[in-house]
Design a protein. Structure first.
Ligand code: PEP
Length: 247
């Protein structure tokens, strides 16, 4: 069985003061609930790990460089992330693919770097509205998966997040049937590539405008093992009910 995961992507939001929510969130988690992960901006990683100490909340980063070290001003390496005590890194988010021109092969190299540093990668995939309307969704997803996921994926080192670009931060959510279509497809592609024993245990998250009022319905979808949550992960009042809906 795949692990259930509720992952929060804070994007470029928050300061040290925002980390107070981790204690509050920890106090509002269900017994025997999903794995809960918070991915704050990089400058907060050390402090986030400290703030989450003694709770079950895991900490992740939002990107890493593909190289182990070197002359890459402004970038951070996977080993530097691991050094903070963080255990995950989001890679291939559409905001990185679009805003920083990351291609599949760049994402693949970053995942290899993350694995080499002992981090688990959350690989994000998703189609644009144009692709969706042209009925190209599954082709896009297949291409992103084939091009971005290195060989050697396991349920421990890889989580896949399906995030339609048109649903991120827009309040628009695909129908349950559209989510199931993509998640079933992802499971089948992973099975072809990795075999059922491995593929069946890889967590597949849905991301894009998950909110307290739609989470329970989304989590009913076949092959949805959790969510990658942006805006609604910033406040306990929004994120806790989403986590409870997954428990
Ligand atoms: C995201 O950025 O990964 C995301 C899903 O954002 P939101 O939940 O705000 O749509």
């Amino acid at each position: 069985m795949p692990r259930k995961i509720a992952a929060g992507n804070w994007k470029m939001n928050g300061t040290a003061a925002s980390l107070a929510m981790l204690r509050d969130l920890a106090a509002n988690l269900p017994d025997a609930g999903p794995d809960v992960l918070i991915c704050p901006p990089a400058p907060l990683l050390f402090r986030a790990v400290d703030a989450a100490a003694g709770t079950s909340i895991l900490i992740g980063a939002q990107d890493c460089h593909a190289a182990a070290s070197g002359a890459y001003t402004g970038d951070i390496s996977a080993a530097q992330i691991a050094d903070t005590g963080a255990t995950y890194v989001i890679l291939g988010h559409s905001e990185r693919r679009e805003g920083h021109n990351e291609r599949n092969r760049d994402v693949r190299a970053k995942i290899e770097a993350a694995w080499a540093a002992g981090l688990a990668a959350i690989l994000c995939l998703g189609e644009s509205l144009e692709d969706r309307e042209a009925d190209n969704t599954l082709d896009i997803i297949a291409g992103q998966l084939a091009g971005s996921l290195p060989n050697g994926a396991t349920p421990e080192n890889t989580v896949i997040a399906y995030e339609p670009i048109w649903a991120i931060g827009t309040g628009k959510v695909p129908t349950l049937a559209q989510i199931v279509d993509v998640h079933d497809f992802l499971r089948a592609e992973l099975t072809d590539r990795l075999g059922a024993t491995t593929a069946d245990d890889i967590s597949l998250l849905y991301g894009g405008s998950v909110k307290p009022d739609n989470a329970a319905l989304i989590f009913e979808a076949r092959n949805v093992d959790g969510a990658l949550v942006g805006g609604a992960s910033l406040k306990v009042a929004d994120f806790a009910p989403i986590i409870h809906a997954l428990a």
